[in-house]
Design a protein around this ligand. Sequence first.
Ligand SMILES: [Zn+2]
Ligand SMILES: [Zn+2]
Length: 136
Amino acid sequence: MMIGGGCLCGSVRFRGEAEPRFQVKCYCNDCRKTSAAGHAAMMGFARHAIAISGEVKEFQSKADSGSDVFRAFCPTCGAGVFARNASMPEMIFVRASTLDDLSLFNPQLVVYAARAPAWDPVNAGIPSFPESPPRG
Ligand SMILES: [Zn+2]
Ligand SMILES: [Zn+2]
């Protein structure tokens, strides 16, 4: 698929042609805090397939897995645009909230579903895990 998107003010943009390797809604504390919603909707792509323009700032934190996560946001408007995970350097995780065409996101998995607030319910009908999915 062709994807494109960017932050609220438009100074950070991304585009590329790639198929998402996974599409996930995450209700973990860090995703919730940085998304300004109950969850973050993320699409994982091969890093090399996505071109980014504009300056971002990154906030680094430890995921439950122990790996370092870098959440990139626009320093002007504050919108979170994408994230990187040090344990998966070949991947980029685009926030579906920043897509130009929101219909491209098709969630296939929900993680940390046990942390979903009542006002942001977990989708019925797609696999969900109460915490992180099992590895392997
Ligand atoms: Zn911006
Ligand atoms: Zn998360």
